[in-house]
Design a protein around this ligand. Structure first.
Ligand SMILES: Cc1cc2nc3c(=O)[nH]c(=O)nc-3n(C[C@H](O)[C@H](O)[C@H](O)COP(=O)(O)OP(=O)(O)OC[C@H]3O[C@@H](n4cnc5c(N)ncnc54)[C@H](O)[C@@H]3O)c2cc1C
Length: 326
């Protein structure tokens, strides 16, 4: 049963760098944003201990600390940050309807989607153990490759992203062993050629992970098996990178918004606009290319500015407060 329907000018779904940045801009533009955090307050960065590439932190910062600060900054301008999971939307009419925890119904002038994406993992117990310990399992070479300089790492995957990440790691690491499950790549020929022509990348076809090995704290190697012969062997490594894809958290929007085949929301190029008027997207929910905190924050800013301008165009009494720069 629905509680009383609430009316909101700007609803932000998600509390990662995209959502909080959108909130900072929307709040400072008098849009009284309401932000729902979802089940992962602070988003993906809360699962990492070291963020060294977000501008403004010369000594680096832990992911949870950075996200607490982003939340505080959004709240400083009176963003209404709430616990709750958006379970359903209806974007079919002029009023955008959103349900939280299946009960609370909200009618919104504008909606900013910042629901992010989740990296896929193999699901092995040993992989999850060292992932949770922050001991050498990662799904992001650009984020974590730097910590494995001059070391030996293993990467799993066979698509374009896996090839790109393996190539990125090859420039930092002493050796990269790439595990490919089938006897061929899924990647484009050009990406395949790039890894094949890189001296310190060794490719093992028909090879899968049996166990991520470690000393109880950090990864020390990977035991692999050949899925044709069953033969097993161990590869010494301090890092285990998983590059088997991401799943955008966008299922609840699929009846209304244009998406690619993986579920990334398609935005109008150069803006945060979706195919539905008044609904905007930011961060990893629409980004299968960069997937970084700073790009998520940047598109969060774009979404709030786009929402503000959209409101102003619709309602002459709503004044655009953001200066434009030439
Ligand atoms: C282990 C790890 C380390 C990383 N390290 C770095 C790094 O060092 N530097 C860097 O730049 N990037 C790093 N990244 C990538 C970075 O975390 C992401 O690019 C960034 O967090 C994306 O931000 P976002 O706001 O789009 O989404 P996310 O951070 O994914 O946040 C999504 C938010 O949406 C909420 N949500 C989802 N569905 C719903 C719903 N239905 N209702 C309500 N809320 C919902 C979630 O609870 C969450 O709060 C790392 C990622 C991982 C996994």
């Amino acid at each position: 049963m629905s509680e009383t329907i609430e009316k909101v000018t700007c609803l932000i779904i998600g509390s990662g760098p995209a959502g909080y940045t959108a909130a900072i801009y929307a709040a400072r533009a008098n849009m009284n944003p309401v932000l729902y955090q979802g089940t992962q307050p602070g988003g993906q960065l809360t699962t990492t201990n070291e963020v060294e590439n977000f501008p403004g932190y010369p000594e680096g910062v832990t992911g949870p600390e950075m996200m607490v600060q982003l939340q505080a900054q959004a709240e400083r301008f009176d963003t209404d940050v709430r616990h709750g999971w958006v379970t359903k939307v209806d974007f079919s009419g002029p009023v955008h309807k959103v349900w939280v925890n299946d009960t609370k119904e909200i009618h919104c002038d504008t909606v900013i989607i910042s629901t992010g994406a989740s990296a896929k993992y193999l699901g092995l117990e040993s992989e999850q153990k060292y992932l949770k310990l922050g001991g050498g399992v990662s799904a992001c070479a650009v984020c974590d490759g730097f910590f494995y300089r001059n070391q030996e790492v293993v990467i799993v995957g066979a698509g374009d992203s896996a090839c790109e990440e393996a190539h990125y790691l090859s420039k930092l690491c002493k050796k990269v062993t790439m595990l490919v499950r089938r006897d061929e790549f899924r990647a484009s020929k050009i990406m395949e050629a790039r890894v094949k022509n890189t001296k310190n990348i060794e490719i093992l076809f028909n090879t899968e992970t049996d166990e991520v090995l470690g000393d109880g704290q950090v990864v020390t190697g990977v035991r692999v098996f050949n899925n044709k012969t069953g033969a097993k062997h161990e590869i010494p490594a301090t890092g285990f990178f998983v590059a088997i894809g991401h799943k955008p958290n966008t299922d609840i929007f699929k009846d209304y918004l244009d998406m690619d085949e993986t579920g990334y929301i398609i935005n109008v190029p150069g803006s945060s606009k979706t195919n539905v008027e008044g609904v905007f997207v930011s961060g990893d929910a629409a980004d299968h290319v960069y997937r970084q905190a700073v790009t998520a924050a940047g598109t969060g800013c774009m979404a709030a500015l786009d929402a503000e301008r959209w409101l102003a165009a619709k309602d002459a009494s709503f004044e655009v407060s953001t200066p434009t720069y030439n």
